[in-house]
Design a protein around this ligand. Sequence first.
Ligand code: ASP
Length: 304
Amino acid sequence: MVAAHVHGVGNALAAGWRVLERGGSALDAVEEAVVIMEDDETFDAGRGSFLNRDGKVQLDALIMDGATLRAGGVGCVEHLRNPVRAARKILSESPHVYFVGEGAEKFAALHGLPLCKNEELIIPREVERLREYQTRIPTSGAKNAPEMGHPTDGELFAGAADDPTTSVDTVGAVALDRNGDIAAATSTGGTLNKAPGRLGDSSLIGCGCYADNLSAAASTTGWGEPIMKLVLAKWTADRISAGNLPEWAAQEAMNYLKQRLNGHGGIIVLSPEGHFGIAHNTPRMAWAYRTVKHQNAGIERDTL
Ligand code: ASP
């Protein structure tokens, strides 16, 4: 899985770079990068995502344009292979910012995106993972299990560190184009065994994704409930508009997440000046970047 993750982010980087290289926008670049990772079953986005308590895939995504502050988000969609494409349609073609569930799917279909069966998004690895999880924690599959406060809810990401079968793989991208505009996109299947209808941080503006040319573009991953309570992507962007470097702000965001709410996750953040930060307080998070002069990728915390 480690090699698959590094390979997957490399492919996403190449797709985003192709857009930028031919003079395309940061917005198009993050969309194309995220589509590649949604299509890659390695990640918790699109096909291959974690299953919710009822054994279904429910997806959330957000895309945001730092130049205009336009944004598009979808939540709890079950019939879209590429929720980021639907999010982009909302950004470009709707006066609204958010669509959820059936309304989001109808909007996507009306704008030419194909709908699929939920089963097409489910892979055997995830059926087995959910089965194993629900066997290990018998009440977690119960229809009347508490939505929050369940003993394992808070443990999910913390526990992931010791459990090689639990991988938490929301995908995200940030980009800066030759016009000096920045953009961000995030896409996820959320957390394993989540309650149906649960929305994570990923598609919430300022939580799992944010972009403003006056501060920064950011995308986060991790246990969503703490991240959304701290509005972490915007919190980080604010540190950058106050004059701090993205590298420092990304690390500070992870410290804040841990100290304030014992949260676990990761962040990528990019300023309009082209400075960037990558940080995570989990043992691993696959990342890759490219600039005109450099290219690099990694996954272990100590190689950052
Ligand atoms: N942040 C996502 C969520 O809570 C999960 C993840 O990043 O893996 O929905």
